[in-house]
Design a binder for this molecule. Sequence first.
Ligand code: LMR
Length: 399
Amino acid sequence: MFEKLDICPPDPILGLTEAFKKDPNPKKINLGVGEYKDAFGKTPVLETVKKAERILTDEETDKLYLPIDGHAGYKRHVQLLVFGEAHPVIQSQRAVTVQTPGGTGALRVGADFLSKVNPSVTVWVSEPTWPNHPGIFAAANIITKSYPYYNAAQKTLDFENLMSTLEKIPAGEVVLFHGGCHNPTGVDPSPAQWEAIANMAAAKGWIPFVDFAYQGFAEGIDSDATGVRTLAATVPEMLIASSFSKNFGLYNERVGALTLVASSESQAQTALGHIKRCIRTNYSNPPAHGAMLVSMILDTPELKKQWESEVRQMRERIARMRTLFVHTLQSKGVTQDFSFIEKQKGMFSFSGLSPEHVKLLREKHSIYIVGNGRINVAGMTEQNMDALCSAIAEVLRQA
Ligand code: LMR
């Protein structure tokens, strides 16, 4: 059976990490995978996570299975983070949350659930989007279509074309949005544009599915939830995939959640039963450690305050790197305008570098960037900036 298999191409993002690790060049720079690096190029465990881990090790009395839908305290905190305490969805209890292995797990559980509810459902994804999105839905036998999102010439949101496509999407189809820090472009709708999107969803009857992986990395933990909260206050039904890989730095603990909003509490509970069935037949129940840490941090006022400050520090360092990157490119004589990079939000920038530039950067300078030109700004440091910008200036002159 296995001898008939063709070779699978490497993953466009995680495959880069594999190649980066094998590269013997001591000056190599990895701006591929979305992992935060500090000023020393390291991804340390957050202080608050370390503290919570010490408490957990002392207090934990068993390693029994979690319920299928996960840790109760964690699920409550996910909802409070996503919606805020006073949101009507919380008050009316129209939302149910399940703990999942990471944001990808949340998207896949959501996809399995959608495919079960409506096997012929179509999911619309932004063009461009995270390369894994179409694959996740395809794995659940769901067809994806693209909606316009990015104006490459202006480096802005292509709002007019986005809205005219959203207007034509039939009721019952699903539209996937990035809750903030759009991956790969770093370009998000404004609050007024979210409002218009939410009103369009309510008027047309398509269902928003929000991939919310970078809460706190754009402007703040609460303000980054504007889009998701506006949608939830306007539409009867939606789905949200949360990830705590980035804002808690819990990448390898796989901490995520799928939240479903329904028209009523009882419909939400019915849907929860079906989602639990999807989980039980997939991985049975989620891993506990990371979710218990998140729950403990958000439950302990002192730890929560410190965590908020750690998220702010990560966000502010990335913003400083955006500015330094633009200025250093200028100082290297690059004449192309890269000032848009300062306006983009989150870890990523859609640099506009071509596949040829990306190839030259990798082959000649051991600088790893996703093939579509997406750069992880969070991988830049004061130390690697000069070499990085010299290399970019050189490839821009060549190709
Ligand atoms: C990324 O886009 O780099 C991250 O979300 C990591 C991943 O799984 O691709």
